[in-house]
Design a protein around this ligand. Structure first.
Ligand code: SF4
Ligand code: SF4
Length: 377
């Protein structure tokens, strides 16, 4: 299975759609407990828990807040696991601003680094603060120079009024000559149904433009494949993988299925966003057997009757449990999901033809399952 390890709940940025929006939220009906700033369990306790997990490979995603605010814990965990050999893959989800502070000997051990960027300089800095894009891309260029061989995935959070297609192009083919890190792997996530902000937003109108951009991007993706290159655009890659290989998923992000989060107090939640929601904890590393975690919490309601459920999986367990948007807004999100899936079905025959003619390889659609890309935006 795959586990998010919260190295600290604290962060060094205050991004627009995360900390920024939290200031204008109505008083929450959800009860949050505050969590220790640093992990309160030992490496031995962690390993004893992980060793009981029979679903291999075991992977760890260092997560926060901003995980690199607790570099000693990251080093300690990697060092301990080199000794214990229980964990196969280490991943990091970071805002990228502190990557230069981790020794290359540790950076080069990551299977995947997911970096939060939302597009080019303008879009990213607007959401994350002036200078963030420059700092992050400089750090990525540096780790490549230091021979990092793993996958680097841009993790975009998108919402109106951004121009989605242009933002993706700015990551693939940056115009900026100084900060010109090129991403081959991108995942994007809609900032939708996470906050009580639907009435303040123009999602309805924007989502129509977004759908048009998804069509345009699907054509671009196919065009690149005709030249022999499969860009790792995760929402496309994940759905196409299922269409080609007939792979089955429940929830595509894996939360509550084979993906869990170990909090700093040693409690286990189904997803990193649900840190502190005590009523939904599903276990504790000291007393729980990983086997018993699976499907303690899962998608309910209208998704189970939806024709797209098999490929969509219900999109997001957190929003399914705690919907923040009215039904009409949720339906608009579902229309975007259905559109994306339909687009993949549209281009699938041409992709199969390219595979048959050996222009591209079936293997190009492989990825580490539940690698922190939720697949359904
Ligand atoms: S498209 Fe909407 S209703 Fe259908 S499974 Fe996905 S989230 Fe549920
Ligand atoms: S999609 Fe939802 S349930 Fe899954 S990891 Fe993201 S917030 Fe959690």
């Amino acid at each position: 299975m795959i586990y998010h390890l919260i190295t600290t709940p604290e962060c060094n940025l205050c991004c627009e759609y995360c900390c920024g929006k939290s200031f204008s939220e109505p008083k929450s009906k959800i009860k949050f407990e505050s969590l220790p700033p640093l992990p309160k369990y030992s490496q031995k306790e962690l390993d004893d828990f992980l060793k009981k997990d029979k679903i291999k490979p075991i992977s760890i995603i260092f997560y926060g807040g901003e995980p690199l605010l607790n570099i000693p814990f990251i080093k300690e965990t990697i060092n301990a696991q080199i000794k214990y050999k229980t964990v196969k893959n280490f991943l990091l989800q970071t805002n990228g601003t502190l990557l230069n502070e981790l020794d290359k000997k540790y950076v080069n051990k990551f299977h995947t680094i997911l970096v939060s960027v939302d597009g080019g300089k303008e879009t990213t800095n607007k959401n994350r603060g002036e200078g963030t894009h420059q700092k992050v891309t400089a750090n990525l260029i540096e780790i490549k120079k230091n021979k990092f061989k793993g996958e680097i995935i841009a993790r975009m959070t998108i919402e109106e009024p951004t121009n989605f297609y242009q933002d993706i192009m700015d990551l693939i083919n940056p115009k900026d000559e100084i900060n010109n890190f090129r991403f081959n792997s991108i995942h994007w996530q809609l900032d939708a149904n996470m906050w009580h902000d639907y009435k303040k937003r123009n999602f309805s109108q924007w989502s129509k433009e977004y759908n048009k951009d998804v069509t345009k991007l699907a054509d671009y993706w196919l065009g690149e494949m005709k030249k022999g290159k499969v860009l790792r655009l995760y929402p496309f890659l994940g759905i196409m993988n299922s269409l080609i290989f007939k792979t089955n998923y429940l929830l595509r992000c894996g939360s509550g299925v084979e993906n869990f989060t170990i909090l700093t107090n040693g409690q286990i939640s189904v997803c990193p966003i649900m840190q502190g929601i005590k009523e939904k904890y599903v276990g504790d590393i000291k007393t729980t057997n990983p086997k018993s975690l699976k499907l303690k919490l899962s998608i309910t309601g209208s998704c189970l009757k939806c024709d797209y459920y098999e490929l969509c999986g219900g999109r997001c367990l957190y929003s399914n449990l705690y919907p923040a948007w009215p039904k009409s807004g949720i339906n608009e999100i579902c229309l975007t999901t259905k559109h994306l899936i339909n687009e993949m079905k549209r281009i699938k025959p041409e992709i199969e033809e390219l595979i048959k003619n050996k222009k591209i390889n079936k293997k190009d659609f492989d990825f580490l399952k539940y690698n922190c890309c939720e697949i359904i935006p």
